[in-house]
Design a protein. Structure first.
Ligand SMILES: NC(=O)c1ccc[n+]([C@@H]2O[C@H](COP(=O)([O-])OP(=O)(O)OC[C@H]3O[C@@H](n4cnc5c(N)ncnc54)[C@H](OP(=O)(O)O)[C@@H]3O)[C@@H](O)[C@H]2O)c1
Length: 265
């Protein structure tokens, strides 16, 4: 009989999720690793016998149902780590991309309803549910209409669910990471202050979840500044955000000009 504690991690094939997987394995957990990347999942399971890989797309209810069936022999999940997510930007607000918006909401928010439907029944009294949201919900950022809205939805979902699971003795932790170096942020073309590694993020999440904290935010030197700006009148943050956006588009225009010049040579 397996007496190791069990954690299910969505998005375990990359970035923060993969670092969480390594962290929990090092602390003697059995890890149910989820993602779409079958090669990566196979590799993770080959490298460590305590990894149970299940490949599925979190935007597909039927795939989630089938994934839950696959692990029906596992009696309980101690930690349900809802980490998988996508970040894409609305580059032209006037020509609003509704498909992009719907897709980001489906991946980051809508999926959680089905993940909870199929996996929460396995979390017993004393268990935990962890939502990896984002510090982006502390302030509005340009181009982040889709990502920010999806993560703000997660914040409400987590806080509301916490109230309803209290009587079941299931703790809910909401996580607000700042900038973490992963394939998701490698695509960003703007400055990311106080960037942490995914190992540092995983360590902070592991410590906070072990202490059954309801809210984690890091690095504090970033999130506390953001919380301060959120308390000030809107126009102060607006002028900073728009100034940054303007200098970014100037930089981009300059880069494009240089590329064109070089191509002509
Ligand atoms: N990096 C940051 O600075 C930062 C900051 C704040 C919050 N976050 C949040 O942290 C979480 C992890 O992000 P990350 O930076 O580690 O990103 P990442 O390296 O791109 O990893 C994203 C993970 O989500 C999985 N995923 C995405 N779409 C999926 C889908 N449709 N079905 C199943 N799995 C899917 C991916 O798995 P497959 O590719 O195998 O499908 C991958 O394992 C996200 O929720 C993100 O919003 C990140």
């Amino acid at each position: 009989m397996n007496i190791k504690p069990t954690i299910l991690i969505t998005g375990a094939t990359s970035g923060i999720g993969e670092s969480l997987l390594q962290h929990y394995l090092a602390h003697d957990y059995q890890v149910i690793a989820c993602g779409r990347n079958q090669e990566k999942l196979k590799q993770l399971a080959t490298d460590n016998a305590n990894v149970i890989p299940i490949a599925f797309d979190i935007t597909d209810k039927e795939q989630i149902r089938a994934a839950a069936n696959k692990i029906s022999a596992i009696e309980r999940i101690d930690i349900l780590m809802l980490n998988a997510g996508d970040c894409r930007y609305i580059d032209n607000a006037k020509a609003f991309d509704g498909e992009l918006f719907a897709s980001v909401i489906a991946t980051n928010l809508q999926s959680l309803g089905y993940l909870l439907e199929y996996f929460l029944p396995k979390v017993n009294a004393g268990g935990q549910v962890v939502f990896v949201s984002s510090s982006a919900t502390l302030l509005p950022f340009p181009r982040a209409e889709a990502y920010g809205a999806s993560k703000a939805g997660i914040d409400y979902l987590a806080k509301s669910l916490r109230l309803d699971l209290k009587a079941e003795n299931i703790a809910v932790t909401l996580v607000h990471p700042g900038f973490i170096k992963t394939p998701l942020t490698d695509k960003n073309d703007f400055a990311m202050p106080f960037l942490l590694t995914s190992e540092q993020a995983a360590n902070r999440i592991y410590q906070g979840v072990s202490a059954r904290k309801s809210y984690l935010h890091f690095p504090k030197r970033l999130t506390l500044i953001m919380k301060l700006f959120a308390l000030l009148p809107d126009f102060i943050w607006q002028s900073i955000a728009l100034k940054n956006e303007k200098s970014l588009s100037n930089e981009k225009a300059l880069k494009k000009k240089k590329e064109l010049r070089n191509n002509k040579k």
